[in-house]
Write a protein that binds this ligand. Sequence first.
Ligand code: SAJ
Length: 413
Amino acid sequence: MFNKVSVVGLGYIGLPTAAVIASRGIEVIGIDVNQHAVDTINQGEIHIVEPDLDIVVRSAVMTGKLKATTVPEAADAFMVAVPTPFKGDNHEPDLSYIESAAKAIAPVLEKGNLVVLESTSPVGATEKMAGWLAEARPDLTFPQQSGDAADIKVAHCPERVLPGYVLQELVSNDRVIGGMSDACNKRAVELYQTFVRGECILTNSRTAEMAKLTENSFRDVNIAFANELSLICEKLKINVWELIKLSNRHPRVNILNPGPGVGGHCIAVDPWFIVNSCPEEAKVIATAREVNDGKPHWVIDQVKQAADEFKKPVIACLGLAFKADIDDLRESPALDITTKLANEDVGQVIAVEPNISSLPENLVKAGVEFMDLERALEVANVVVVLVDHKQFKAADKLAFSKKVVIDTRGVLA
Ligand code: SAJ
């Protein structure tokens, strides 16, 4: 039984998780260091973008089941969902947010509590978190010393939801649960079964950490393969989209799609955690990161070559989001490419992004014009397709016919 659950970190993972658990009738305390986020949530509103999240949060706050605060309080379980970025040239994982969260909740921990780390983390982070908790609370026992008998149960359960589908996937995805002991696993399963319909699969914390990193690295390596093919095909004058379609007709081949680079906050970050812990061994994983990070520069070079053919080139960049049909511009290669084209004066740059209502300040400052698709296709000489939004896929292909088109997503293929 869980009467009260505390979620630490009310961002893209923590807030939906808190709201979904509250919707199951459990009292949820959301903790965040950001006073603005806390105030917004307590008014029944949200500070992030995710379909339908506003409705679930509003109802959870109105029914009194969800409350946000900056000050931790006692609860039966604590779920830590804070950022785990990397720092420096060696992509060293930055665990300072986990450490701060552990230090913040330690004073309110009580015998019998469960602490789950949800943040995507390098291998060993859950043990480190348990260490920080133990340091702050010498009066309690933790699984690293006392195993199943410990006062506090600690587990890792990595989030695996896809931005844009978070509310569905939070409930329907299978969950990998890595407890620091059998008793930790048992308690963690009880928590997840209050809101997860998928299967809960048990392992230890290190394997659970690695499983999450492996999933995102698998995708990164496969996208790198597709991106590398796109470079090879450009040189060999082959349509990469046709090539991939043909190769994928083989029953055991399933190539992903090339693009302008890999964006978002997970796939371009998590593989570095593996590389950082095993630099000698993780060769393919490291190279994939480099291939994907190199793709935006290659696209910029292609645009520059195309623009060179015009006296006063007008370049329309179609899409700014980090992937199709969302309005999230953070860590977006499309935004990065558009910004660089404008800052490097490659030509007059136009941006088309049907999912936002105004341009980010830095693009406005760089002189980028915001236009609808139809008008942009009228005035541009060079059209760069950066995101496969549904509006671009549905556009009249004839409108592109007199333009120099650089189609990084195969929208016109
Ligand atoms: N991309 C391509 N080609 C493809 C697929 C994706 O270029 O064939 C690009 C996208 O355009 C985008 C980036 O990769 O820029 C990442 O997009 P994505 O849809 O692959 O993944 P994310 O970052 O939105 O979410 C991923 C998911 N992980 C996997 O699918 C293995 C999600 O389940 C995780 O929960 C999430 O990372 C996370 O939080 O770690």
